[in-house]
Ligand binder design. Structure first.
Ligand SMILES: [Zn+2]
Length: 449
């Protein structure tokens, strides 16, 4: 099989034997993925399973799990698959994780034949895929791999061979490895004692592409629950009616990873000091984008970046939390028009923009997008009529901007006013009157201002 490669990414696999793990340290050591022991046989669940999954996810690692197979018959193999699938529900199921489930089949306690080994393996794999909807990976050792026939070639191979000099041997079912466990005595910051080291055959992007789900950017907040929109609302803590300067988003778990919505330069990455523009915001990471807007990620439990650092869109920047004045773990995300003074803070809503629309526009400005000819009036160009109506509506306080989620647009106000206009024309014209004639006369008056 192939050698290790410098461009490949590194990961680990753990069980209760690693004890308590500091996952942020593991991630900082460039361990991008982890397989966590879930179950064994028909009844055993690793006591650290759920805690390890939660910790690894919250630090932003790509997470998978594995089941240690003991079965010697197809029937027991299926029962083991059911036990594994059931245990996965405790962490939200296989689909809540980034990496597929794994069959760890590495010894032959019952002394069964090669043919029977393949029957047991296939029974487990088929049943597990049926129950979880995800095609599993096979984990095995360099010598035990020789038992598997070409009927299993279609499964990805995670193979163990602890050597600095010898690559895993070619096998009947596989000539390449997808993941190589090359050491069982690794030292990784955040873990006491030894840990298994693994290498994936490719880059982080390759790993995500192979197993990951596509990010749907049509909704910038995919994966989040929006708990409070931008605009007027009753403040959840003070109870006072107040303008909400951003959106509140919730990701699970409570200290789940927060990724940058846009690329840019980190301007702030610590507890917000009173009077700085971030007082009561808790731990804030603020990132300046290429248009000079400041993206504020507030109430974090930890910042994962440093001031001056350039971050990419989608990069891990911290962990969700409830620092500052906050009614529970959530991300308050706001977009400010400026970065100075006071990090662009303004006492009124003048200094912020509606974040969802800002991101949609921002992402839409990618250069590969062709400019379509405008066939109807460009809604970003205000008609004189809409502009005048909007001014009047604002001046008279007809619209207070309290509709959840977004301010009223000029176009919406124009539509409402136009509807009223039609109704009044009909009223004046009476039952048998000529609305068309009245409309023409009114248009003349409007044109004259
Ligand atoms: Zn908020």
């Amino acid at each position: 099989m192939q050698q290790r490669n410098e461009g490949n990414i590194q990961g680990i696999d753990v069980s209760r034997y690693q004890g308590k793990i500091d996952w942020l340290q593991v991630k900082a050591d460039k361990r991008e993925f982890v397989f966590i022991k879930a179950t064994e046989g028909q009844t055993y669940t690793d006591p650290k399973f759920a805690a390890n999954v939660k910790g690894a996810l919250s630090a932003g690692l790509l997470v998978g799990t594995y089941h240690f197979l003991r079965a010697t018959s197809a029937e027991v193999a299926k029962a083991e698959a059911a036990h594994y699938a059931k245990s996965l529900e405790a962490v939200g199921g296989v689909k809540a994780l980034q990496l597929p489930p794994v069959m760890d089949y590495e010894n032959n306690p019952g002394g069964i034949s090669k043919a029977q080994i393949n029957i047991v393996a296939k029974a487990f794999l088929t049943e597990l895929e049926r129950l979880t909807g995800v095609k599993p990976i096979i984990y095995t050792g360099n010598s035990f791999a020789g038992n598997f026939d070409t009927g299993l070639s279609g499964y990805d191979l995670w193979i163990a061979r602890y050597s600095n000099t010898k690559v895993p041997d070619d096998q009947p079912a596989w000539k390449t490895w997808d993941i190589w466990q090359y050491s069982d005595s690794g030292k990784v910051p955040g873990i006491t004692g030894s840990v298994d080291l693994n290498e994936f055959n490719g880059s982080l992007a390759d790993l995500k592409k192979r197993y990951g789900k596509e990010q749907d950017m049509s909704n910038p907040f995919d994966g989040y629950r929006i708990t409070s929109p931008f605009g007027m609302r009753k403040h959840p803590v003070s109870g006072v009616n107040k303008f909400h300067r951003g959106v509140d988003l919730v990701v699970s778990p409570a200290d789940g990873p927060i990724y940058a919505f846009v690329a840019g330069e980190v301007m702030h990455a610590k507890m917000g000091v009173s009077g700085s523009g971030f007082g009561n915001y808790g731990i804030v990471v603020a990132i300046k984008d290429d248009k000079g807007y400041l993206h504020v990620y507030a109430h974090l439990s930890a910042a994962g970046v440093k001031v001056g650092q350039q971050v990419k869109r989608g990069q891990l920047i911290g962990k969700q939390g409830s620092t500052g004045i906050s009614s529970g773990a959530h991300l308050h995300y706001e977009v400010r028009k400026a970065c100075t003074p006071q990090y662009g803070y303004t006492t009124t809503e003048a200094g912020v923009v509606e974040p969802t629309q800002y991101l949609i526009n921002y992402y839409g400005l990618k250069p590969n997008k062709e400019d379509k000819p405008v066939t109807v009036r460009d809604i970003n160009l205000v008609s004189a009529w809409a502009e005048a109506s909007w001014k009047e509506a604002q001046a008279n306080g007809y619209f207070d901007g309290s509709r959840p989620g977004a301010p009223i647009t000029r176009e919406e106000s124009a539509i409402v006013i136009n509807r009223l206009r039609r109704n009044f024309l009909a009223l004046i014209a009476g039952v048998n009157g000529d609305v068309k004639d009245l409309d023409e006369r009114l248009q003349k008056i409007e044109a004259e201002g």
